[in-house]
Design a protein around this ligand. Structure first.
Ligand SMILES: [Zn+2]
Length: 128
């Protein structure tokens, strides 16, 4: 068992086992207290698990800010969707957008196309 030891003001020593549920840190961005599982830091090969910046879920999401979607990315995504068996959905979506080929999409449609494609896939998957 690994445990922490803390000395209180009155000299009493408190020991408590370290578990996946009682280790906390502060989000390096917003300072919110977050629970952290040390195993994750170790698995993530953090160089120094005692001094690693960790971000809360919200800040991590913000950091993964979506960049601009270009046609190459749309084509790559479409290819992957075809590969994993969503050619039908892709085809249906092209019909919705009234294009025969993804390359015919207008740049302002890329984002919507990607959203709709992912939505369709998620609908189909959850319809099981
Ligand atoms: Zn945060």
């Amino acid at each position: 068992m690994i445990y922490t030891k803390a000395k209180l003001k009155d000299g009493a020593v408190v020991c408590s086992p370290i578990t996946a549920k009682n280790t906390y840190t502060y989000c390096a961005v917003c300072g919110k207290e977050i629970q952290i599982d040390l195993r994750e830091l170790i698995l993530a090969k953090a160089e120094d698990p005692y001094d690693t910046d960790v971000n809360c879920a919200e800040c991590s999401a913000k950091m993964m800010h979506r960049g601009n979607i270009d046609i190459d990315a749309v084509i790559r995504l479409a290819d992957v969707c075809k590969d994993i068996g969503y050619g039908m959905e892709l085809h249906g979506l092209c019909e919705d957008f009234e294009v025969d080929d993804i390359r015919a999409l207008a740049p302002e449609e890329y984002e919507l196309f990607v959203d709709e494609l992912l939505d369709k896939i998620s609908e189909v998957r959850h319809a099981g």
